[in-house]
Design a protein around this ligand. Structure first.
Ligand code: SAH
Length: 462
């Protein structure tokens, strides 16, 4: 069985550092059920491919497990040597343990870098067909190509086998791409080669925790990965618990941010400015991305020019607070028809957010890891393609003016970054160039001659 991982981001040979395997050498390790080899058929500045070739010894495996198995020949003669399955996951974890733990001592700066990656899997058993393949990989930001493999090329009318030639490509860190493969290969195959134990739950949570939890197919992934109902339930509830912890932390930190900004009544001014912008753009159908507890939604639904509002947030707890705030249950029929709340993550393409006149993102981008911002821009500007986007984010230069904030501090414990005015302008420039929008930037709150305003707002128009 084979898998090839190709980077096309120059210098593509950096892949060798990230995988801890030198492009000029072949490395082989024993993986228990056979040998795994890694080598580079191609290593140039613009294209570098690492190929993993796993030789499975089914007879050896059958002999070692004979005591626990029912009779029959299947353990001796089967598809395992030829297809990408959970055995390939094991081999990847064994070969690339350091890469998967996010370490690269030689070039630490590479670890968080998203690269243009292609993964080629010549033979993959996909239970459920190419539809399942797409449902699993596309939300993670991959383009998916799947070619069904004929059962017998001499007898076309016999139709296709359950195997596919698969190629997925997307922009990810190498570590993340390996995690995706590690978790999703057994999910596609839906047939584990060994008994699933308690430690499998830990592995899924460790390798998949943060992205599995927000994947639209969490249920399928956990169910198939863990096969046995009881384990899946436990993993799901642990993922949900992890989510609740994050929410509780976010709630506390939200309080902290409001305390810092309170003297300016900044949050009021921000909502006012965004509502003004929405009005200025002519209203229509509006989606509030990262709606939090729905303070903007509350204003928007009262705007006559706004015909429909959808609030999207990744946090269930925030959506529950939004539901209470908007007391959706008590709204008049007419207003209720105009408003809806849905859970979703902005780092996954999502048909529910397409086709809106305006998208708002108030104080959201700074909560997203900087290396995921490209994906977020792709999802919002490239996929959802609203007529206009109104987006706000803190102006880091203004932080020196806040009494309760240390000079190097950020306003909120969950902020991954806060941008200066020139950093924000550079990002707005690149996004508008890439996706065909124009933009203007404005400040919200008191204007300081040196530092500008505390909040920056960009309005993008298609
Ligand atoms: N717009 C709201 C909330 C801002 S706080 C307001 O101005 O009041 C940031 C919000 O973004 C949080 O509710 C958080 O859950 C949400 N968020 C962060 N990352 C997200 C992601 N990747 N997808 C969807 N929502 C996200």
């Amino acid at each position: 069985m084979l898998v090839s991982l190709t980077s096309t981001t120059p210098d593509a040979r950096d892949l060798g550092f990230l995988l801890h395997k030198h492009p000029d050498r072949v490395r082989s390790v024993d993986v228990g059920f056979g040998q795994a080899h890694v080598f580079y058929p191609e290593a140039t500045q613009h294209r570098c491919t690492a190929t993993v070739f796993v030789e499975v010894d089914p007879v050896g495996l059958a002999r070692s497990q004979r005591r626990n198995r029912p009779g029959g020949l299947e353990p001796y003669v089967n598809d395992r040597p030829y297809v990408a399955s959970s055995m390939l996951s094991v081999a990847l974890a064994r070969l690339f343990r350091t890469a998967m733990s996010g370490k690269c001592d030689a070039r630490p700066e590479l670890v968080e870098l998203s690269l243009d990656l292609e993964v080629e899997l010549p033979v993959v058993p996909v239970r459920g067909g190419s539809e399942v393949l797409r449902r699993l990989f596309e939300p993670l930001g991959y383009d998916v190509e799947a070619q069904p493999i004929a059962l017998d090329t001499h007898f076309r009318p016999w139709g296709d086998s359950p195997y596919f030639g698969v190629r997925v490509s997307g922009r990810h860190t190498v570590r993340r791409a390996l995690e995706h493969l590690y978790v999703l290969l057994p999910v596609l195959d839906d047939r584990k080669h060994y008994w699933i134990g308690q430690d499998e739950i830990d592995k899924l949570l460790r390798r998949g925790g943060d992205w599995v939890k927000s994947h639209p197919e969490t249920q399928m992934i956990s169910r198939r990965y863990l096969r046995f109902g009881g384990y899946a339930r436990e993993a799901l509830s642990r993922l949900a618990d992890a989510g609740e912890d994050c929410d509780a932390v976010a709630e506390r930190q939200e309080g902290h941010e409001q305390a810092i900004e309170r003297p300016l009544k900044l949050s009021e001014q921000r909502l006012e400015a965004v509502a003004d912008a929405v009005r200025g753009l002519g209203g229509g159908r509006v989606v509030d991305l990262g709606c939090g507890e729905g303070r903007l939604l509350e204003r928007l639904v009262a705007e006559p020019a706004v015909t429909e509002v959808l609030g999207i947030d990744v946090s269930i707890a925030a959506l529950q607070r939004a539901q209470r705030r908007l007391s959706v249950d008590e709204l008049s029929e007419r207003r209720r028809e105009r408003i809806s709340l849905q859970q979703g993550a902005l780092t996954y393409t999502d048909p529910r957010v397409c086709g809106f006149d305006i998208a708002t993102m108030v104080e959201v981008i700074e909560h997203v890891d900087i290396e995921r911002l490209d994906v977020l821009a792709e999802v919002v500007f490239g996929h959802a393609v609203p007529g206009a986007v109104v987006l706000t984010t803190p102006n880091r230069e203004y932080n020196t003016k806040f009494e309760h904030l240390s000079p190097a501090g950020l306003r909120h414990g969950d902020h991954r970054f806060e941008w200066t005015r020139s950093e924000f302008a550079a990002w707005a420039h690149s996004v508008s160039d890439r996706f065909g929008y124009s933009f203007e930037i404005d400040g919200i709150g008191p204007q300081d001659p040196d530092c500008g305003s505390p909040t920056q707002m960009a309005i993008f128009r298609r």
